[in-house]
Design a protein around this ligand. Sequence first.
Ligand code: PLP
Length: 383
Amino acid sequence: MASTNHLSPGLSTRCVHAGTLPDACAGGVNSPLYTSTAYAYPGPANENIYQRYFNTPNQQAVADKLAALEGAEAGLVFSSGMAAISTLLLTFLQPGDHAVFMKGLYGGTHALIQDFLARQQVRISWADTPDAFARELKENTKLLYIESPSNPLLRCIDIAAVARLAHSKGILSVIDNTFATPINQQPFKLGIDLCLHSATKYLNGHSDLNAGIVVASDKHIRRLRACATNLGGMLDAEVCARLERGLKTLAIRVERHNANALHLARHLASLPAVARVYYPGLESSPDHTVASAQMAGFGGMLGVELAEAARVPQVLLRLRIAKPALSLGGVETLVCVPAHTSHCNLSPQQREQVGISDGLIRISVGIEDSDDLLEDFDQAIGS
Ligand SMILES: Cc1ncc(COP(=O)(O)O)c(C=O)c1O
């Protein structure tokens, strides 16, 4: 699919303008909304247009904006992050292939790999460092998959090292860039081949739609689209238009998420009732050096581990601004307890093995006034 990217403008300018469709009818500043499911054939460049072919104007507008933001040639917009991930894995992995995945991925991705991909006769290994990825390589390895920072423990991996390893063996490298967004992290500059997002989170930013996006070279996106057309996980035009609107404010929102999260992380780390804060922006984080080298900002997600796990329900009840809720990346501050949500099916011992303690609260820090958030967590957690 031809891309109309203009890579020279800054990220904020790209957020506002890249991909916008011209309104030849009325000269409106926003992309017109094309709701049709039936288009005259043959379409432009003799390509038939159909929502499930992932090629309607509103799908293209969003794909082009994100491709411009990530510095990629092309993109494909899906109905959810999981639709993007499952389609990508089914496109680039065949029965008998082997792939290495980063440990500690988002629970939904982990379940897809463990429960579904393994049944497709794809061989799977797990690794947590570039060296460990190298040790897991086999003759039939086709793909390396990372998520940095990861959900929920905010682990960061040396992206360039993983990409170099993949290239040296002629295999694909994939990153889930959901937590960082292109404002904080530009994986293509680090050599990654395919970059994906749950656009449900920061890209949209208002907790009111589900979407996913993959961006990559024209060649990879063409291959992905051939499989996506069969699987059918496309995004409706009206939702595309809302996602396009959300993306216009991405840069400015992320700046505020970054500032609020760093401020809150530093403050929480000073409270005696807090055993540990997980945030790559803190000097105490084991991943601070690698994160500082590859991120422009550290993002809006953090984890806080209470010294007394039994106090977690009380803390959640006491919060006045932050709301206990699933999902993340919206303008409002949300908290959730991985032991009760994404990791509730594991035993306490299994949770301990993957580093998820019962006292861990994941915070998606919103764009409210920073001091209000500090006060809210202060009164809820206490000293
Ligand atoms: C890092 C990450 N990737 C992918 C997904 C899946 O996205 P979606 O819920 O839009 O399918 C999530 C969801 O929380 C996530 O946190």
